[in-house]
Design a protein around this ligand. Structure first.
Ligand code: NAP
Ligand code: MG
Length: 404
């Protein structure tokens, strides 16, 4: 066998929980370390370690991504009341993804991994559709109130020095009803816009953005204006050079166009649209286990992960010694995404080629009919062979071996 590929700069490696932690180690042992002299800075974001360090480890990992530029993360438990009991936690720690996203001020891009034997529900889709979700504000940071009796509801804007006050009537209620006040920040929208434009350049794909600016003439219109202004001032020429375009339309028109399209673009969504549309896109392409996720900061830091969680139910079976058939594709693609990016930044051609080969071997395995249980239900291929967690990785390794 050829010599192992060398790396110059470390990747920030963030380990995680449950079944994905099991898979994490298998991927490294079977598919990466035999071929690469892996250079990583390791952060254990598994729940016990987060609890032990009072979650400092998560903050350290995020800062390491700022230092080295590229990270790869395993799925992690976001604790709820049950988990606090199960792991005897000091407190209900915040979601590591939210912590890392806040520190990097990043935007999450989710893209399906496409294999030719799993047909999307939408017949025209041939290429992936990547969703970028703005992760700040709107209904997710809103103030709500139930109006119980006749009342006049106003928005009051008081200047910081208290000198001026503006009042806008929301509604004069004759009877019970509901109200909500929500906000967003120019700064957050600007970061979101830059992350989207940068990622479009990175992927050499068109960027679509949509809001309801005809109805929401101030709120949604601000999103439209900020995107347009940043595009004109900072990205227009770069987009022309790469031969890609920025396309703005109304959200309902965008939905109709997405369904008629053949895919192959990035769709930037406001917070709520992204929440809803990403589940629609994931389901229509096949399975959450075939969805990758990358966090991109406006400064150009990248963090790769699988879009799914820790696959808890499989883990409990694994602990009982029962056989599992857990799909490792999205976690493999998190690694290949990070290795490819590391290779691009450090100009290591072998590392980029290795990422390509590992992805191709993974897809070939499925296209030749060898797959985990979740895909077997969806795939249209002859001589389907359903394998367990380890056998699947072994089948990928065999095919990778042929091209190394
Ligand atoms: P999940 O881990 O995504 O799993 C939900 C179900 O989807 C599984 O039970 C399984 O269905 C199927 N599935 C997901 N990924 C699969 C894979 N790779 N291979 C095969 N089947 C797969 O979501 P969850 O059960 O709601 O959450 C479990 C934990 O993950 C929670 O503690 C949550 O906080 C955490 N989580 C973390 C992240 C992250 O770190 N980014 C994201 C989401 C959730 P069957 O059981 O029917 O086979
Ligand atoms: Mg959702």
């Amino acid at each position: 066998m050829a010599r192992k590929i060398k790396m110059t700069t470390p990747l920030v490696e963030m380990d995680g929980d449950e079944m994905t932690r099991v898979i994490w180690k298998l991927i490294k042992d079977m598919l990466l370390e035999p071929y690469i002299e892996l250079k990583t800075e390791y952060y254990d974001l598994g729940l016990p370690k987060r609890d032990e360090t009072e979650d400092k480890i998560t903050v350290d990992a995020a800062n390491a991504i700022k230092k080295y530029g590229v990270g790869v993360k395993c799925a992690t438990i976001t604790p709820n009341a049950e988990r606090v009991k199960e792991y005897n936690l000091k407190q209900m720690w915040k979601s590591p993804n939210a912590t890392i996203r806040a520190i990097l001020d990043g935007t999450v891009f989710r893209a399906p991994i496409i294999v030719n034997c799993i047909k999307p529900s939408v017949r025209t889709w041939r290429k992936p559709i990547t969703i970028a979700r703005h992760a700040y504000g709107d209904v997710y940071k809103a103030v709500e109130h139930a109006v119980e009796e006749p009342a006049k509801v106003e928005l009051v804007i008081t200047s910081k020095d208290g000198e001026s006050e503006q009042r806008l009537t929301v509604h004069e209620f004759d009877g019970p009803g509901i109200i909500m006040g929500m906000h967003n920040l120019d700064k957050s929208i600007e970061s979101f816009a830059r992350a989207c434009f940068n990622y479009a350049l990175d992927q050499k794909q068109d960027l679509w953005f949509a809001t309801k600016d005809t109805i929401s003439k101030k709120y949604d219109h601000r999103f439209k204006d900020i995107f347009q202004e940043i595009f004109e001032n900072e990205y227009k020429d770069k987009f022309r050079e790469k031969g890609i375009s920025y396309f703005y339309t109304l959200i309902d028109d965008a939905v109709a166009r997405v369904i008629r399209s053949e895919g192959g673009f990035i769709w930037a969504c406001k917070n709520y649209d992204g929440d809803v549309m990403s589940d629609m896109i994931a389901t229509a392409f096949g399975s959450l286990a075939m969805m990758t996720s990358v966090l991109v900061s406006p400064e150009g830091y990248y963090e790769y992960e699988a879009a799914h969680g820790t696959v808890q139910r499989h883990y409990y079976r694994y602990l009982k010694g029962e056989e599992t058939s857990t799909n490792s594709v999205a976690t493999i693609f998190a690694w290949t995404g990070a290795l490819r990016k590391r290779g691009e930044i450090d100009r290591i051609k072998d590392l980029i080629e290795f990422a390509d080969k590992l992805e191709a071997s993974t897809l070939r395995t499925i296209e030749e009919g060898v797959m985990t249980k979740d895909l077997a239900l969806l795939a249209e291929v002859e001589n389907k062979k359903v394998v367990n967690t380890e056998q699947f990785l072994e089948e990928i390794r065999k095919r990778l071996e042929e091209v190394m």
